[in-house]
Ligand binder design. Sequence first.
Ligand code: COA
Length: 377
Amino acid sequence: MSQETPEIKKGLVGVVVDETSVSKVMPDINALVYRGYPVQELADKCSFEEVAYLIWNDDLPTSSQLEVFEKQERANRDLSPELWDVISKMPKTAHPMDAVRTGVSFLGLEDERIWDNSPATDQNKALLLMAKIPTITAAFYRHRKGEKPIKPDSSKSFSENFFHMTFGEVPHADVVKAFDASLVLYAEHSFNASTFTARVVASTTSDMYSSITAAIGALKGPLHGGANEQVMHVLQEIGEVSKAKAWLDKALAEKRKIMGFGHRVYRKGDSRAPTMNKYGLKVAAIMGESKWHDISEVLEKEMIEKKGIYPNLDFPAGPAYFLMGIDIDFFTPIFVMSRITGWSAHVMEQTAANRIIRPLSHYTGHPERKFKPIDAR
Ligand code: COA
């Protein structure tokens, strides 16, 4: 047997594992396209619903296609009485990501088509998930505070309805637009950790709900989606702009990872971050609170100067959501509300041209040993 160590690509760095037509990340030119369209333009000019349609249907909708799609999404927002009941019994101390993961898992229990992975059924499952995840999220938000849940309102857009179900009111149109744009920016990002997780599960010919439940688990981690929550904790820890530089120097000296900075693929800046920053500044102006952006600016400048590391999308998204009045531990569930579109598109793509994903490992444990019966050990 050869003792040679094969080349190991720890973290699968640089490994191309499959093809995709959903999105393309171009780190050299700081660009990201969904089905060929630049994400910045989509964020400025499209609603999240239009972008969901694009991700699933390979093209932007006409106005009549969008009308039909919006009707379907709005008609499927409500939950079964059983799921409303499950949410009302969830531990109030649970992390919202675990609540959302459990809610999605429950939707899988309820769907009798669970083993039907045909394209039409999977597309319908994806739409149901998009429509219901905000309801699960908002219901848990209110349950945790001891407040009565608010039913979805089908006269409202996807983003307006989320605010309505969470707070009982819809904020200024520019705040809703900033939120909607964040959903567009979060919707899809090629083979990131959670999407790859979803594809691994799909590759076993499991089912849509299992893939999405697993993806939510992957997204929860602070090195992935959970970073948007950690960014806000860092900004709060710093507290004021005059302390930002010293805080960063100390954190870097202690070799701390600065949340919201760095990216596996982008090395010279995340293509989505400036667009989110633009919307975050608008929210800050409306709310009359610039402190978090002032601190962020110092961190960004210093990180680029000292480490050559740029902010990622989570860096401006965290304070924007905070200024919208959303509890910090709900930032990552909002990411789920958006990324369900990308995840499900990848599940369908994997299913359409499937081969089970099963890499190899290099064994470094004991050489083969002689078995000893229990009384001889
Ligand atoms: N703060 C401080 N140093 C960082 C850093 C950060 N946020 N991100 C990367 N680095 C450093 C690493 O420590 C490493 O330094 P070294 O060569 O001296 O060991 C170097 O930059 C290269 O980073 P690397 O570990 O190769 O990055 P990765 O591709 O394995 O990991 C992330 C990418 C995103 C997981 C990583 O940048 C990170 O942990 N960022 C913070 C969490 C975050 O914001 N996640 C959201 C991603 S969208």
